[in-house]
Every structure is written in C-alpha cells, then in structure tokens.
Design a protein around this ligand. Sequence first.
Ligand SMILES: [Zn+2]
Length: 80
Amino acid sequence: MKKCSIQSCPGMYEERRIAHVVKYHGEMIVFDNVLVEVCSVCGDVLMSLETAEAMEAVLANLGKPNRSAPVYELPSFEAA
Ligand SMILES: [Zn+2]
C-alpha cells in the first residue's frame, strides 16, 4: 500500500472501484467500475495513467454507451 500524498495526512491508499463522472462538451459521461486508489482518511483519489488514457480513448471516439442512467440535480443548500 502507498502512503497518502497529501501533506500531513496519515492515510494509506486502498484500491476501489468507483463511478467516475466527467463533463464532456457539456454532457455528463459516467465511467462505472473505474479502478482507482482512494485514501482511507482524506478521500484523495489516484488514477493510473493507463486508466486516464483508456477514458480519453473512449471520449475521443464516443459510441453507444454500455448503459445509461437518469441524471437528477438537487437544489443547492446553504452550508449550515
Ligand atoms: Zn489522505
């Protein structure tokens, strides 16, 4: 395991699969099951270069999505 790269954070990265959302030409694109490393303390996310490049390759050549999902927006809340 790798130590967190955030200064003074004592956390360690652990592998997780997440849904990663990117905005592309104003559209939301969701990549599901993206393998990343997440700090267990501060939540910092590390993505491998291979993963980032694979996503860019998909975006550069957008075909039909494997699945699609409805998108909801919440009203904005004032911070308490
Ligand atoms: Zn951390």
